[in-house]
Design a protein around this ligand. Structure first.
Ligand SMILES: Cc1ncc(COP(=O)(O)O)c(C=O)c1O
Length: 414
């Protein structure tokens, strides 16, 4: 028996996909506030070590209203670009709440961050020198590459010997020389080995190697171990969740033992993106046609890769639900290929997936679409990026980003 996520968690509350699409149009990102808050709290309570912060990685979803909720839940944030900083200030975050994770940035960009009193993580020796020239005597963090990586797809493995990120672990002596040259204080070390682990052990291997580098610096105020906490994308097949209880205990054990060795209690951070935002989002779209091309049945929708890029970009799986007149369908499964309306044969949301029979006029719901969904949406083919709606804890729905308009497409032409 398949399990249906939106039914299990009463995702739509007192509304339903048909009402939502009638009110806000299609395609539509729908977020559930209670799920978002629950995921924030699970991460905040992951370990009992007291000086522990959750640095939400806003690349996963930077909708202003979701950011405000994360802030209310006590999360701090990372930023990757001046645009991220701009949005974070608008959401009420302060410079001290933001950790800027830089990667190959210009002097101008570095200045932007320094002038706003935001701590910046540096990603290479030459960029450390650039920082030193711009901000002699300043406080800085460095991202190390532990030489190991992990992830669901080679494109999301960010640690390891073939990736562009971080400073090699054997460069500590050179780092110290540059710190000295510019009178810099290294207050933080960070890493991110990759995304979407469902067992904590590879992550903890990364934690151990970063801790071994950290021991070589006595000025640290924090260590950020990165994100990557996975969510079950195949819930319909019964995929289980990351075991937070066990993961938290193992993690906590490592941290407390290391702290005793280091001799002072510094701040430890994690940087989850997907775990915070992924499961609170469902992407809704219309079925416009069902067609048989040779031996395949195609379900033609408005869910192109301009709306959700993950399946095309990483070959990712998203569970899909079918709604008839707004009601979840469960019967008459058939194997279909779900495609969008982009002029590319690769525009495939799900290939040869068994779904309850879909008909023209039905609505599809793409599960776990809250992370790396809207933020990767584009206007390819001059399609308009969708609207975003929040289902609030009080049961009401509210528009939190309007759909693009044709005028938006013309805005930057000179
Ligand atoms: C530096 C950094 N931190 C955190 C994350 C968040 O990863 P995830 O969404 O898998 O938790 C990423 C994702 O690529 C990242 O590059």
């Amino acid at each position: 028996m398949k399990s249906y996520f939106t039914e299990q968690v009463n995702f739509f509350g007192n509304t339903n996909p048909l009402e939502l699409i009638k009110e806000y149009g299609s395609p539509l990102y729908v977020y559930n506030e209670s799920i978002l808050r629950a995921r924030c709290r699970e991460m905040v309570n992951l370990v009992s070590y007291p000086n522990f912060k959750v640095n939400y990685s806003i690349k996963a979803n930077s909708n202003l209203e979701l950011l405000k909720i994360a802030r209310q839940e006590g999360l701090v944030v990372d930023a990757i670009s001046p645009g991220d900083v701009h949005v974070l200030f608008a959401a009420g975050f302060k410079p001290e709440d933001i950790f800027y994770i830089s990667n190959n940035v210009s002097e101008e960009e570095m200045k932007f961050v320094i002038e706003r009193d935001i701590i910046i993580s540096i990603d290479s020796l030459s960029q450390l020198k650039q920082f030193g020239r711009l901000n002699p005597g300043g406080k800085v963090a460095i991202r190390f590459n532990p030489g190991v990586g992990a992830g669901h797809h080679e494109k999301v493995v960010t640690g390891g010997k073939k990736t562009k990120f971080g400073v090699n672990m054997d460069k500590v002596a050179e780092v110290k020389k540059i710190l000295e040259e510019f009178n810099l204080t290294l207050i933080g070390i960070n890493q991110h080995i990759g995304s979407l682990f469902m067992e904590i052990d590879p992550y903890l291997e990364g934690v151990k190697s970063v801790l071994s580098v950290a021991e070589q610096f006595d000025t640290l105020e924090f260590i950020d171990f990165g994100g990557g906490f996975g969510i079950p994308y195949r819930k319909q097949e019964g995929e289980t969740r990351l075991n937070l209880q066990e993961s938290g205990e193992k993690f906590n054990d490592l941290l407390t033992k290391w702290t005793t060795k280091y001799g002072k209690e510094i701040e430890f951070k994690i940087e989850p993106g997907r775990y915070i935002a992924g499961e609170c989002g469902v992407l809704l779209g219309n079925v416009y046609t069902i067609k048989q091309n040779y031996d395949r049945t195609f379900v033609g929708t408005d869910l192109g890769f301009n709306v959700l890029a993950r399946p095309v970009m990483y070959g990712s799986h998203h569970d899909i639900e079918v709604y008839k007149n707004g009601v979840l369908a469960k019967d008459n499964e058939e194997v279909v290929t779900v495609v969008g309306n982009i002029c590319e044969s690769g525009d495939i949301m799900a290939e040869q997936l068994s779904l309850p029979r879909a008909d023209e006029g039905d609505i599809l719901g793409v599960m776990n679409a809250g992370a790396y969904g809207y933020c990767m949406a584009s206007t390819y083919n001059n399609r308009l990026r969708p609207a975003e709606v929040l289902l609030k804890e009080d049961g009401s729905s509210v528009l939190i980003r309007r759909r693009d308009t044709l005028e938006d497409l013309m805005r930057n032409f000179v």
